[in-house]
Design a protein around this ligand. Structure first.
Ligand code: HAM
Length: 428
């Protein structure tokens, strides 16, 4: 085959019709669960000021340093395609005075997210997130409600062996001391770290903790754990989170080196994975998030506690697709309309309109001429009834109903067909 002139941009998948059903079902379920917990939907622009992410997501994060799709508009504004939802949602919360609403404000959003990553399975440059934020509360129970929301989406999708990894990364009262301890531990072992981690050691030492390189992981396995150095407030908060997780019998595991790749987190951080996936040597997080008590203030608002998370829709769909479950296969109408010859084709278009007005789904293939080809298609779609309209039937004002299951057929008056099919479909 000759090389196509145009191809989609690297790491940016097309979502073909067969995949749409997965997106629709996952997002519908996520919205229903969000609605139940009292979340309301928000949409923010795909583009935001670049400075919002530099400040909000954080200058030392991989996202800001290497992954943003940024542009300069004709008017000279510096904008960036959203690499995550959180800063944009907080910007909207402040810009529209949502901080004057009864607190907390619970918001969900979903849509495409852009990160200039090295594309590989489960890692794209354009992907979709379902994102949820609770803004205006510092209560530990909210951390668990967010975890529960994401866990329940995955659980209701019947994903198996789900595990919630949790940790607390403290706050501005206790993290600086821990950072010092960590830096002194890592400095003496710096030569054994990868190049990226030697840079991280200078800029954001906590990020060394979740480096995937084997040599770094070995060094990290002996590092001091932040959980042993939390201040009283953070320790109490984390204890409460664990107690509520126990109460809800959610399957969690303490993950002492989980720090997450975004700068704004304080206290609780979490990731939800499927261990089934781990058996296939894939351990990507399906959903992740945490508390971020400093972000609203950092973006110019009042001191406000908040917690949230996001689910990677493509990663979840990849797991669902591997299972080839029936509920995600395309469904077809129970009726197929076969037409033979120009006269019948003309009449068929009119008849289809009558079915549409009566809300009876019917499929057809107006392009095909032969009876055999159309019946083959009807059979492939597993329809119960095929309606056959030929020249003779049009002239006689009749139509043939073929019951594909019983293998029988019958001719009825064309003007009675809607009523007849309504009657038959009721019995299915
Ligand atoms: P994040 O961990 O960067 O967090 O992304 C959340 C989820 O998005 C990941 O767990 C993963 O499932 C999916 N994801 C991330 N990168 C990719 C990629 N390149 N390709 C496919 N899927 C990906 C956030 O974005 C935070 N804003 C979450 C949050 C909300 N924290 C508080 N509120």
């Amino acid at each position: 085959m000759t090389k196509l002139k145009f191809q989609r941009p690297t790491g940016m998948p097309d979502i073909l019709p067969a995949d749409q059903i997965y997106f629709e079902k996952v997002l519908r379920l996520a919205e229903n669960i969000g609605d139940f917990y009292g979340f309301r939907k928000i949409d923010t622009p795909l583009l935001e000021e670049t400075a919002l992410y530099e400040k909000g997501t954080g200058l030392t994060t991989d996202i800001v340093q290497k992954q943003m799709f940024s542009l300069r508009t004709r008017g000279g504004d510096n904008l960036t395609l959203r690499p995550e939802f959180t800063p944009g949602i907080i910007r909207a919360y402040l810009e529209h005075g949502l901080n004057a609403w009864p607190q907390p404000v619970k918001l969900y959003a979903w849509g495409p997210v852009f990160r200039y990553e090295h594309p590989q399975a489960g890692r794209y440059r354009q992907f979709h997130q379902f994102n949820a934020e609770v803004i205006g509360t510092s209560n530990s129970v909210t951390d668990v409600q967010i975890i529960q929301l994401f866990f329940n989406i995955l659980n209701d999708l019947k994903l198996k062996k789900l595990v919630i990894e949790v940790n607390s990364i403290g706050d501005s009262a206790c993290r600086p001391y821990y950072k010092k301890l960590l830096i002194s531990y890592l400095k003496s072992r710096a030569l054994g770290l990868c190049v990226d981690c030697r840079r991280r050691l200078r800029e954001n030492p906590l990020r060394v903790l979740d480096c995937k390189e084997a040599k770094c992981q070995e060094i990290v396995s002996g590092a001091p754990q932040i959980i042993d150095h939390l201040c009283d407030g953070c320790r109490r908060h984390f204890k409460e989170v664990l107690e509520i997780l126990d109460e809800l019998e959610l399957p969690y595991r303490l993950s002492p080196y989980l720090v997450r790749g975004l700068d704004y987190y304080t206290k609780t951080v979490f990731e939800i994975k499927s261990e089934e996936e781990a058996e296939n040597k894939r351990t990507d997080a399906l959903a992740a998030g945490g508390r971020y008590d400093g972000l609203v203030k950092l973006l110019g608002g009042p001191d406000t506690g908040a917690v949230g998370g996001a689910l990677g829709v493509e990663r979840v769909i990849a797991l669902l697709k591997a299972k080839k479950r029936k509920e995600f296969q395309p469904t077809y109408p129970p009726i197929f309309l076969v037409q033979l010859g120009f006269l019948a084709r003309k009449r068929a278009l009119k008849l289809l309109e009558e079915f549409r007005k009566n809300k009876i789904p019917v499929s057809e293939c107006l392009e095909k001429d032969s009876l055999k080809a159309q019946l083959k298609l009807a059979d492939k779609q597993g329809v119960r009834y095929t309606l056959i309209l030929g020249q003779k039937e049009v002239l006689d004002k009749t139509i043939i109903i073929r019951d594909m299951k019983a293998g029988s057929q019958e001719t009825v008056k064309l003007d009675k067909i809607i009523k007849e099919m309504q009657k038959r479909l009721k019995k299915l």
